[in-house]
Every structure is written in structure tokens, then in C-alpha cells.
Design a protein around this ligand. Structure first.
Ligand code: FE2
Length: 312
């Protein structure tokens, strides 16, 4: 042991690079909350292992401290640079994958991103969530919500949000009306849903902070492929947070936050027919995208209740 007990007090005067990790872990044994102790203990062990593996120098440790200091300085209630770091290093999607293992056929999950806002306005089937006329072709998004046996789920709530054509979510863009391109829709008796929006576009994550610099230094770009965010919830089924991506987007295979899954890619089919457009209450050209969601039985996880801004 790195220390001995003398007069009831531990001494730590003979620490070496071999025994220091054990000495630090010993210091958290009195931590009351078991899960917190497990998390902190693992963080200490992995941080020490990292330092040993790369033979970390004092200068590099200081540089890392400055990097995290910058992350803290640029972060606030709307800008979540720590989450952006987690997203861009694949940690967010790893956690999501571990916590949302799905049976075959069930709609897969993807990153929530930091732009969700709770309490988006309720819309009826066929309504538009485009409240801003900020440009872009109209898009009709429709499909069904069913269970694993193919039985329609009536009353499923689809919580929907996306960017305008300028690549900004409304809460990051003073030129868009409040709650633009957000809505909550309920599936009908046949499990069907439908809404009008604008064609989603690829957009950059913020690059004016330390995470942007890290991506550029790594030879990476900062783009996310075009997508629409969804949270689906229904009584007796597990809530799923996901994104549907536009087939053909040039960034599908290099999403800056690693959110793309094959099963979540769908085609927005362009239609130039004025008559078809009129039947949907939009103007040509428009785009039609169908996606059928499948929920697995169970409870929760609960829907996020925060409203924020940030990266994805
Ligand atoms: Fe997004």
C-alpha cells in the first residue's frame, strides 16, 4: 500500500507511479452514493491509464486544462460546448446505443441534440409546422406508427423539430418566429400521421469554439446531413428519440455527430405536379417523404423536459 496508518491518520509520502492510482481510489471509498462512487472511480482509473499510455507531460496536461477551460467559457444555457464535444467524439451515440437496444423491426434511436424544446404547439394531421415562410420547397411527411406486430398505434405523439433552410433552429435565429418548424402531432385511429414542413437541409455545427478547432485539426468537416428530429411516445410503448435523414445527402456517411443509421434514411421524392401539390395544399415543386415508425412495448424513457440550444 502507498500509505500506512499512524495514530489513526493515513500518510501518503511514498507514492509512486505504480501505486498512486490505488491511493486515489482509496480516498473515495467513503463516498455515500454508490453509483457516483462507481462513476468517479472509473473516471480516475481511466484517466490514470490514459496518462500512462501516452506518457503525458506536464505541458500537455496544462494544454488539456486550457482546452476544457475554453469549453466552459463559451458554454451557457443555449450553447453546450461539452455536449458538442461528446457528440463529435461519438460518446453521445455510444451512450444512446447502449441505453436503447432495439428488437429487430423497431425504429432505431439517434441523438437528441441540444435544440429540442418541450411544449411545441400541437398540430392536426395535415397541418404545416412552417410558421416562418423562411424559404425552401414544401415537404409532406407522412406514414404510420405501428407496434412490432404491425398493429396501428392510435394516439401516438410525434414531437417534431428541424432547421429552416438557413440551417438554423428557430431558437438560434431571431429572424424566425417562435416555435417555427416545431410541432406535436397525434397519430389517428389507423396509426397514420401527416404534416407539412420544408425540405430539410444539411447544416454546420458551431465552429467558433474549441470543438470546431478540434474538428478542423483532425481533418474533419462540421456538417450534419439533412434531417428531421422526432420523439415518439405512446401509452404502453417505449419512447424513442430519433432522426430521419434525407437520402442522397452528401454528408450521410460523415455526419459530424455520428447520428446516421441505415434504417433512418428516407427519400424525399420530388414532385413537380401542380395538381398533386394542390391536393396537399402546397405549391409545386414539393417533396413527399414516407416513414413508418415501429414502437416496442414498454415504458419510457421519459421525454426530455429541457429547452436548450447548441450543436446538433
Ligand atoms: Fe438537428
Amino acid at each position: 500500500m502507498p500509505h500506512a496508518v499512524e495514530n489513526g491518520e493515513e500518510t501518503m509520502r511514498d507514492l509512486t507511479e505504480e501505486n498512486v492510482t490505488e491511493a486515489v481510489l482509496d480516498k473515495i471509498q467513503g463516498m455515500g452514493d454508490a453509483r457516483t462512487k462507481e462513476l468517479l472511480g472509473a473516471a480516475i482509473r481511466h484517466a490514470h491509464a490514459f496518462a500512462r499510455e501516452v506518457q503525458l507531460t506536464p505541458e500537455e496536461l496544462y494544454q488539456a486544462a486550457m482546452f476544457f477551460t475554453e469549453i466552459g467559457k463559451i458554454s451557457d444555457e443555449r450553447r453546450h460546448e461539452f455536449l458538442l464535444l461528446s457528440d463529435t467524439l461519438g460518446l453521445t451515440i455510444l451512450v444512446d446505443a447502449m441505453q436503447n437496444r432495439k428488437p429487430p423491426g423497431a425504429t432505431e434511436s439517434s441523438v437528441l441534440g441540444p435544440f429540442y424544446r418541450a411544449e411545441a404547439p400541437e398540430v392536426k394531421s395535415g397541418d404545416s409546422i412552417d410558421r416562418g415562410n423562411t424559404g425552401g420547397d414544401p415537404a409532406i411527411v407522412h406514414g404510420t406508427v405501428k407496434d412490432l406486430d404491425g398493429k396501428p398505434i392510435a394516439g401516438a405523439v410525434l414531437d417534431i423539430w428541424q432547421t429552416a433552410q438557413n440551417g438554423f433552429y428557430e431558437n438560434m435565429d431571431p429572424d424566425q418566429p417562435d416555435m417555427n418548424l416545431r410541432g406535436r402531432l397525434t397519430s389517428d385511429e389507423d396509426g397514420a400521421y401527416s404534416f407539412v414542413t420544408v425540405l430539410p437541409c444539411s447544416y454546420p455545427i458551431p465552429d467558433d469554439g474549441p470543438v470546431g478547432r478540434l474538428l478542423y485539426a483532425s481533418g474533419r468537416h462540421i456538417m450534419r446531413p439533412a434531417h428531421i428530429h422526432f420523439i415518439l411516445s405512446a401509452e404502453g410503448f417505449k419512447t424513442v428519440t430519433t432522426e430521419i435523414f434525407a437520402e442522397g445527402d452528401e454528408y450521410l456517411d460523415s455526419d459530424a455527430v455520428f447520428g446516421v443509421k441505415d434504417s433512418l434514411v428516407a427519400e424525399f421524392v420530388k414532385n413537380d405536379s401542380a395538381a398533386d401539390a394542390e391536393s396537399y395544399g402546397v405549391t409545386a415543386p414539393f417533396h413527399l417523404m414516407r416513414y413508418d415508425f415501429v414502437l416496442e412495448p414498454g415504458e419510457g424513457p421519459a421525454k426530455p423536459s429541457f429547452s436548450a440550444g447548441g450543436s446538433a
